[in-house]
Design a protein around this ligand. Structure first.
Ligand code: ATP
Length: 299
């Protein structure tokens, strides 16, 4: 379990994080989203043990992260611009990490070579941004981290590589309970990759939720009736939003799916469609003001 308790961090007396509490379970893929300057990188660098907090606690399995070398051996951090030693090739960088990380797995490194198809004898800085990022993933996964921290990880990767990388990451989560913390501006990317989401805004964590819980509790339904909407229907449902589009009634409803279906079926609609809701819509309908703040801060 990774925990931040009442974390405060300022730069030049300007607060970047204000009493942030955060909880990440082992084996979870946790998406941290927020606009520019929200504090994502600061959170990530605190989790990676690069920054020390001014106040509060950052712990993994109850142990303080900052200055803890044995914990750092189990963490791998890929920044938005991956860093490599100057003039190093992938082979040399692999040798460096092998000497640094006690869980380095040579077999994994060899196997991942097939996935990435990168010339190990070429200097890394001569590769494109996207290929350099692939080198970072390759080496990072070969250290067999328990916690992989990714800052804007998919930037500069084409859709095919993006998919390949996501599959490799999910495989490690499934097979050995690796935990991933990933920061992004992009709610849609978080939506299909993460199981938990935390939203940072101006240095505060607005909310932290299980994405499946969010999705299983709010529904979008389209209905139409031959003789208009029956009077008794809406009071039976927990309606967060309703909208008439011609003869179609669009409802956003909170509650148990089976109960909702039962109530609606009794009213004999001529159209009854269950539509999918995006995470963005859920935030807006479910969280009112916070939802609108999120809509305004996230692309
Ligand atoms: N090393 C630093 N020195 C001074 N100020 C900093 C430093 N790092 C971050 N900050 C400030 O802290 C605040 C949070 O920055 P941070 O980089 O954590 O945000 P972010 O959410 O990652 O933003 P972005 O999406 O633009 O990368 C910003 O106001 C930023 O200017």
């Amino acid at each position: 379990m990774i925990q931040m308790k009442k974390i405060e961090k300022a730069f030049n007396h300007q607060p970047a994080l204000r009493k942030v509490d955060l909880h990440i379970n082992r084996g979870s893929v946790y998406g941290l989203i927020g606009s520019n300057g929200a504090g994502k990188t600061t959170v990530i660098k605190l989790l990676a043990g690069i920054y020390e907090q001014d106040n509060g606690e950052v712990t993994i399995d109850g142990k303080a992260v900052y200055g803890n070398i044995s914990l750092k051996n189990r963490i791998f951090y890929i920044p938005d611009q991956p860093y490599f030693l100057r003039q190093y090739t992938t082979k040399q960088m692999a040798r460096f990490y092998r000497s640094l990380y006690s869980n380095w797995n040579e077999e994994r490194y060899d196997k991942l070579q097939e996935a990435f198809d990168i010339n190990v004898n070429k200097k890394i800085h001569t590769f494109s941004k996207g290929v350099q990022r692939q080198v970072a993933f390759w080496l990072g996964l070969s250290t067999m981290p328990e916690l992989l921290i990714l800052d804007e990880p998919m930037d500069g990767l084409d859709p095919v590589v993006r998919k390949k990388v996501k599959n490799l990451l999910i495989q490690d989560v499934a097979e050995r309970e690796m935990t991933i913390v990933v920061s992004s501006h992009n709610l849609r990317e978080i939506e299909d990759f993460c199981d938990h989401v935390g939203i940072l805004h101006q240095g505060r964590l607005l909310l932290e939720k299980d994405i499946d819980d969010l999705k299983s509790d709010v529904h979008k339904i389209q209905l139409a009736y031959k003789d208009g909407v029956p009077e008794g229907l809406l009071p039976q449902l927990n309606v967060l939003h309703s909208e008439k589009r011609g003869s179609i009634l669009l409802l956003i409803v909170r509650g148990n799916e089976e109960d909702i279906v039962r109530s609606i079926r009794k009213t004999n609609p001529v159209v009854f469609d269950w539509l999918s809701l995006t995470l963005e819509e859920i935030f807006i309908y479910e969280m009112g003001d916070i939802g609108y703040a999120i809509k305004n801060v996230i692309v």
